[in-house]
Each structure stands twice: as structure tokens, then as C-alpha cells.
Design a binder for this molecule. Structure first.
Ligand code: SF4
Length: 202
């Protein structure tokens, strides 16, 4: 349950949004969702929802897999194992990129700080997928051991538990979109108020 002060902050931010032009939310989007052809197969996927909000938000994008030096196109990576023991390994080369990804993700999240209002991440990706990523017991198995979160997404969920975080797949639902947009603008209003308070306190 939220503390009373936090509820009041959310209510005030919502009322502020209703009264005047709201601050522009800052949204992190997986780069392959319309910004670059950086998927493992070199394909760029366009997304209607991301396209539709381009004039009302500021986008921040990155592709964790290309940022750690995996090329385009590239050998696919797979999550092996579950929980704290899960690893990120390239299928054919068997290269373990777990540490590279963890270090990159930690730096990326650190650079976002508290200057971000929400995330739209690519579903099913071993890096960006939220909950629908296949985990395998080993490299050879075609049978999955269950579903898990991608390496970047799991860190986003851990570090930003109060922010709206969705995949493009879930955002095909009107209800999920509505909820995402409401939370996004409320979060942006809270961030704007905090930044203002910090500036006036200096
Ligand atoms: S899902 Fe993430 S890691 Fe994969 S191509 Fe898209 S941005 Fe890059």
C-alpha cells in the first residue's frame, strides 16, 4: 500500500495535468521498435502505438545487444537457466555474453537516473522482453524450461518498480494503452514538480 504522502503527490500531479498543459513524458523505447533495423535478423519493426505518441512524448532509445558489440545480423542469443543462475549465450558460437550485458545494462540504467517516466520494450526478446521470454535448460534443447524476463527488462523492473513498463505486444490492447498513458503523464507531472522543487531549493 502507498504512503499517504505519495497518494497526495499522485493526486496533485493528476489535477495539475487536468488544469494546464502537461509536461512531456520521457519514454525509453527498444530501438528496434521503429528507430533502427537492429534486430538479430536485421529487420526493423514499426509499431503503430509508438508512432502515434511521437508528438506528445520525448523518446530515449537504445539496443542493448548491438551496444555490447553483437553485430547485425547476428547469431541469436538464448537465456539458459533461471533465477540468479540464468545466463545469456549465443546459440551457435556458444559465447557467454552475460557479463557484458549486465555491465552495459547497469550503465544504461544509471544514465537514465530518475529522468525517465516509462518504458516500451520489445516482447519476447532475451534482452528486452518483460515476462514472456523463453528460458531453456541448455543450448541444445528445443523444449523450454519456462518463461522469464530479459536481462535489460528484469533490471528495469527492479530499478523502476513504480514506473509504467509495457511491451509493444501488450500495448495492442486499448485498455493497457489507456492505463499506460495515464500513468505516464502522471509520472511526468510528478517528475516535473520534483525537478522544480530541487531547482528552487538551490
Ligand atoms: S529487442 Fe532490444 S536488444 Fe533486441 S533488437 Fe530490439 S532493442 Fe535490440
Amino acid at each position: 500500500m502507498r504512503a499517504r504522502g505519495e497518494d497526495e503527490e499522485i493526486r496533485d500531479a493528476f489535477l495539475q495535468n487536468m488544469r494546464k498543459r502537461p509536461p512531456k513524458p520521457k519514454v525509453f523505447v527498444s530501438k528496434c521498435l521503429g528507430f533502427a533495423a537492429c534486430r538479430w535478423d536485421g529487420v526493423k519493426v514499426s509499431d503503430d502505438f509508438v508512432e502515434s505518441i511521437k508528438d506528445i512524448v520525448t523518446f530515449v532509445t537504445a539496443c542493448p545487444e548491438t551496444e555490447i558489440g553483437l553485430g547485425i545480423p547476428r547469431d541469436r542469443i538464448r537465456i539458459i537457466g533461471r533465477g540468479k543462475k540464468k545466463r545469456l549465450i549465443q546459440l551457435n558460437t556458444q559465447r557467454d555474453v552475460t557479463k557484458d550485458m549486465q555491465e552495459y545494462v547497469s550503465g544504461l540504467i544509471g544514465s537514465l537516473g530518475d529522468d525517465i517516466d516509462g518504458f516500451i520494450l520489445k516482447s519476447r526478446s532475451p534482452s528486452c522482453g518483460i515476462k514472456d521470454v523463453k528460458a531453456y535448460p541448455d543450448l541444445k534443447s528445443e523444449k523450454i524450461s519456462g518463461n522469464t524476463s530479459g536481462f535489460f527488462a528484469s533490471e528495469v523492473l527492479r530499478r523502476f518498480p513504480k514506473l509504467p513498463v509495457e511491451t509493444e505486444a501488450r500495448l495492442s490492447s486499448h485498455k493497457v494503452r489507456e492505463n499506460f498513458i495515464t500513468r505516464l503523464f502522471t509520472t511526468a507531472a510528478i517528475r516535473a514538480r520534483r525537478n522544480k522543487k530541487r531547482r528552487t531549493a538551490k
